[in-house]
Design a protein around this ligand. Sequence first.
Ligand code: FHN
Length: 566
Amino acid sequence: MLVEEQTKATERIKWWQEAKFGMFIHWGLYATLAKGEWVMAASKIPVKEYEQFATQFNPKEFNAKEWVGVAKRAGMKYIVITAKHHDGFAMYHSKVEKFNIVDATPFGRDPMKELAEECQKQGIKLCFYYSHVIDWHHPHSVHEYYNNTWDYNLEEKAFYNYWHNLAKPQIQELLTQYGDIGLLWFDTAGGLSKKDSKELVEFVRSFQPNCLINSRVSHWPNIGDYQSKGDNEIPMYGEDSGPWETPMTLNQSWGYSDRDQVWKTPESIIRKMVNIVSKGGNLLLNVGPTAEGIIPEKSVEVLEQAGEWIERNGEAIYGTNASPFPYELEWGAVTIKPSRMYLHVNNEKWSDQLKLFGLKNKVVKAYLLADSERRNLPITQSYTESIDHHVLGIDLPKDAPDQYISIIVLELEGNAQVDDQFMQQVSGSVNLDLVHAETAVEKNEKTAKWDFKITQPGAFDVVLVNFKKINTVWEDHYHEEVKVHIAGQELKTIPQEDQLIKDSPACQYPYSEVHSILGRVHLYDSGNNSLTLTCNKIQEKSFGTEIWQAEAVKLRSIKLVPVGKK
Ligand code: FHN
C-alpha cells in the first residue's frame, strides 16, 4: 500500500479501533418464524411461501430510541444492523426491490431511517450488514455453496444479473439515504472474484470515502479495512497486528430463536470483552430482536449489567492498545495506553499480592481504578541479571474492589516495555501459543518449536490445548501419536479428551476447550529451554473465517503445568 493510502486507512479506522465494543443486530423477516436467520434455507421454504410472511410482519413495538438506548447503556459505540440478510428481505425502503419492510408489510415504516436519526441524536455510529453474495430470494445470486436450489436451477443463474441489478443498487441506497455510515459489514462471500470485491470497495468509497469495510467482503488480507474473525472466534495473543473483531452471539443464535435460551452471563461477556480488547480486537456483540420489534429481555438484562462494569472501567477499555505480552496471563489480562498499563485481575485470582513478570519499566505509581482518590498501592520491583528476570509485586487490599474483574492502574516511566519472550508465570506454568511457534514440515511430519525461559525448575505436566467444535468425534482428528521433545526427554502419545474447560475466556459455542495431558517432564535448571511438538494438526494461520471453512478441531497451544498446580 502506498504511504498516502496507508495514512488514509489509519485515519479512517481510528474511531473504530478506539470504540472496542459494538452492537450487532440480526433482525429480519425470519424473526416471524422465531427459528433463526437461516430458517428459509434450513426448511427449504419456497420464495412464494416465504414472501407471505411479510404480510404478517408488523413490528409495532420497534422503538429506535429504546434500541439505541440499550446499546448506549451497554457501553457500545456503534451498531451494525442487518439491512439485508441471506433471505433477501430488505429491512429498509429499497426502491429497487419491493421485497422490503416498507412495501411488503403492514408495518410500512423504515426502521433504518428511524435508527439513523436516533443514532445521530444519541452519538452512536450506524453501520449496515449486507449479505452481498447469498440472496435466496433472487433467482440469480450465486454463492460457492449456499444457494436457493429449491426454487431455482443453479445452471440457469446469471450472477451479474443479481450483482448489477440488486446488490450494487441496494448498497448504493444504503450509502445515500441514511447519512454517514460507519461501516459496511459484508458476509459469506464464497466465490466472489477478486475483481468484483475490489470494484465493490471502490463503489462503496465513491459514495462514502470513510466508510469502513470488513474482511468478509472477500479476498482478505488484500481487500477490506479490518478482519472479522470467524463467528465467536477469539484469536491468540499476538496473532494479529492489524485491526480485527470477534462477532459474537449473546446466546447461541444470531436471528431471534424462541428455542435458544443458552445465554452468556454478564460476567462471561465482560471476561470475553477484556480478553478480546487485551488482544487488540473489538467485540461486536449480537442481539436478535423479535418479530414484534423487541430486543429480548434477557439480552437487555445481560447487556445492561455488563454496561455498568464498562461504565466504571471504561478508561481501561476504550482507546487502549493490546497487551505487549505474547501469552494469556493466568490472573487476567493487560491493556495499555501511553505510559500506562492496566491490569485486569479476575476476582477469583485476587490475593494479598499480585506478581507480574517481565515488565521492564519503572512503575511510578500503582492504584486501583475503582479508587477515586488514587491511593498508592505498595509495590516492589526487582531484576535478576543472571536470568534476565523482572518481577513486580503489588500489595492488594483484602477485597477486590469491583465485580468480576478489578483493575489496577500502573503509571510507568515511559511507554510499556516488556520481556516478550515466553516465560514461566508466577504459578510456574508456561503457555506456548501455536501462533508464535517456528513451524516446519519435514518428511511429512509437522513440527512447532518454541523457546522459553524457566525461572522455577521442577516437574511439569505437558498439556495440549485444542478447541473442538460441537458434534465432532475427537478420534476422527486425533488418531495418531503426537510427540514432544523437551530438555532431552521425549513424550509420545495419542491425545485424549482429558479435561473440558468450562468458561474459557477465549473459547465458546460452537467450540469447547479440550485439554489433553501428554505426559510429565522434568526441567532441572533455570534458563533458556525449547520445546518441539510434532503433530499433524499444526498448520499455518488460515484466513478462512466463514462457517463452512472453520476446522472442527483447532490446535491452539501447549502448556507446561507444574505438578500439583492447576
Ligand atoms: O451465515 C451468516 C450467519 O447467519 C450470521 O449472519 C453470521 C454472523 O457473523 N455470519 C454468517 C455465518 O458466518
